[in-house]
Each structure stands twice: as structure tokens, then as C-alpha cells.
Design a protein around this ligand. Sequence first.
Ligand SMILES: [Zn+2]
Ligand SMILES: [Zn+2]
Ligand SMILES: [Zn+2]
Ligand SMILES: [Zn+2]
Length: 216
Amino acid sequence: MRGKCYICNKTFSKAGMVKHMKTHLKNNGDTRLFHVVVDGLYQPEYWLHIEIPADAKFKDLDKFLREIWLECCGHLSAFEIDGVNYHSKYFDFDLDPSARDTDIPLSRVLSVGMEFYHIYDFGSSTELRLRIVGERMGKTEEKVRIPARNEPPDIRCSCGKKARWICMQCFVDNLGENCYFCDGCAKEHECGEDMLLPVVNSPRCGVCGYEGGKYD
Ligand SMILES: [Zn+2]
Ligand SMILES: [Zn+2]
Ligand SMILES: [Zn+2]
Ligand SMILES: [Zn+2]
């Protein structure tokens, strides 16, 4: 559950990092930035701290989450905030007349202290929890900055070596147990190569062809 601070390169626990970030994130500019902690709703060992301008749009945040953790084959996604769903323009809004578009600024809906959710793929879904833990006036070069991220979990093959591969078939059949393999054991594995996906630092590891993100 430990993670690395990319500002000073020290590692901290998940809870410790929230506190630690306050020592770095000071007012030093004229752009309003949200400090957001994102984690896997059912895989809390994967977590990120990000900073994003308050006037960025939900579709920008969706794009970032896809790039770092989610995108496999262009599934639909949505945010859920206080019971309201926010969908991309590709969504059929007749299906949920109360839904809103992701083409609106974060600041119109979010404020410090709020918790909300993101769902990617309504079939084999990956659900994320997001919390606005702070805000400041800062500088931005990029739309989204990643000041901290969890270290890759130490996942082992049954032989004890570091796992490089996950078998999609065994992942489903064994409910997440006995599905990780080192290079050597992967070659011998009975389900075959087509079922193997690389082990990546993401809550979508092992799901629907996911092979890692832009920042891995
Ligand atoms: Zn630091
Ligand atoms: Zn997919
Ligand atoms: Zn298998
Ligand atoms: Zn092995």
C-alpha cells in the first residue's frame, strides 16, 4: 500500500501521503487547482494523487483516468456524483434523462471534501473512488499532474518469483487467486499464451485485454 512522492522521491503509506502532500502543495500561482486522491473502489491498493485545474472538464479527467489506468478498447464510462450520472457525448441520454454531459467544468459541481465515483466499462467494469482533499492556487503546465502514486504491489508467482503475467481465464475462475505467473511458469501454463496479460500497476490489471497505460 506504500507509494512514492514524485516531488521528493520519498515513500509513504497511503494515509501518510495525504498528510505529506500538504507540505509540498502551497499557493504559488494564479490557477485554482484541485488536489484529488483516486483509488480503486474494490482494489484500494492502487491509488494516485493528482492535481487538476478546477476549470478542467469532466471529460478531461475521464481522458486522464483512461490513459493512466483504464483504456483497453474504448468502453463507455461515467462519473457518479451525488446520485447524478455524468456521461460522455457518446451516451444515449434517452436511457437516463437525469444524466448530465461530461463537457462541463469540475468547479461547477465539485468542492473540497466531496467524494464521487468513476465507472469504466459497464460490462466488466472498473470502479474508482475520487476524493477532493484540497485545493490551492498554483502553476500548471499540464492539464493533470501526478505528485504521488502507489508502488506496484509485490505480486508473486506460486513458485515465489516476481509475477509478470496474469491469466485472464484463471483470474475469473479462481476469483483472483492462483492466476499470476513468472516468465518461466507462464510458458508452462495450461490455459495458453492467448489468455496471458502483463501484470501492470492498475486496478484494471487482468481485465478485458488491459495491457497498461500511457504512464507505465
Ligand atoms: Zn514529497
Ligand atoms: Zn475492453
Ligand atoms: Zn490459466
Ligand atoms: Zn513461477
